[in-house]
Design a protein around this ligand. Structure first.
Ligand code: NAD
Length: 264
């Protein structure tokens, strides 16, 4: 296997957005990743020292800047096209965009990313913070140790977030469902929090500038356990995505998981 170059050449899509900007800022302080350019639909708001090109010229940008890896924080409909172009151009893809539909083969699902992973390495994660990776493991342990307890998942984010429940909440729900001892059903993934006893409730709150909070409550009639993660700022996600970019560049084609990056 060919391994990562010492400093990966990174192209950022969604470069003028909240996450794209933070990725560019964080990369400037690292020596394992160098942002060579950005692309975005919204080109307002200059970014110092980094050329930002229109998203509809993505293929030209790939040829001109010759990146090793794409780091994408945009919207699913754009992300799918960027990744397909990267597969053609042999560029690895780290995708942080959330809001792909639940059924990965439905329109809006992750199928286009999976297809690209047959030609280039692709890593999609709904949450690039290491704390959330630890939370997922803790949730698995708690659900497994507390059979029969009610489980409620609550997530809170800033008012601009487009998808609900969050990609991270969905990853938490997937992890709960994967526990053999858990025999409940999930209710509320589509935003409806009313539920029957024994079902998991999912609650999505959108307010102000909240950066991202996930709480898993497990309770029976005698006790309760709360597992909570709060993102202090977007650097946790940006750093994780750049860790993933350095790790992914130069790997074989395939579908990778952020837990593999964290494990090293
Ligand atoms: P944002 O709205 O601030 O930025 C989105 C960016 O995408 C903007 O630069 C915008 O111009 C660009 N864009 C929008 N439509 C486009 C299109 N059709 N073509 C090209 N570019 C387009 O959003 P944000 O807060 O930066 O979040 C971006 C995504 O990242 C969201 O899906 C969010 O949920 C996700 N996110 C993931 C993580 C993680 O750790 N995986 C963390 C935070 C946010």
């Amino acid at each position: 296997m060919t391994r990562e170059p010492s400093s990966a050449r990174v192209l950022v899509s969604g470069a003028t957005g909240r996450m794209g900007r933070r990725v560019i800022e964080e990369a400037a302080a690292r020596d394992d990743a160098r942002v060579v350019a950005g692309v975005s639909r919204d080109l307002s708001g200059k970014i110092d020292d980094i050329p930002v090109e229109p998203a509809d010229e993505f293929e030209v940008v790939l040829r001109e800047y010759d990146p090793d890896v794409l780091v994408d924080f945009s919207v699913p409909e754009a992300s799918r096209e960027f990744v397909a172009d990267c597969a053609e151009a042999n560029v690895a893809c780290v995708v942080g965009t959330t809001g792909f539909t639940e059924d990965e083969f439905a329109e809006g699902g992750l199928a286009a990313l999976r297809e690209a992973s047959e030609r280039v390495p692709v890593l999609h994660a709904s949450n690039f913070s290491r704390g959330v990776q630890a939370l997922l493991r803790a949730v698995e342990g708690a659900v497994s140790d507390l059979p029969g307890y009610d489980v409620e998942v609550t997530e809170s984010h800033h008012r601009h977030k487009r998808d609900a429940p969050s990609g991270t909440a969905n990853a938490i729900l997937d992890r709960i469902e994967s526990v053999g001892e858990f025999d409940g059903r999930i209710h509320g993934r589509e935003g409806d929090a009313l539920r029957e006893p024994g079902e998991i409730g999912v609650h999505a709150r959108r307010a102000g500038g909240i950066r991202g909070e996930h709480e898993i409550l497990l309770a029976n009639e005698h006790e309760e356990l709360r597992l909570t993660h709060r993102a202090g700022n977007r650097s946790a996600f940006a750093d994780g995505a750049l860790d993933a970019a350095g790790w992914l560049a130069g790997r074989n084609p395939g579908w990778y998981d952020f837990s593999e990056v964290v494990a090293e």
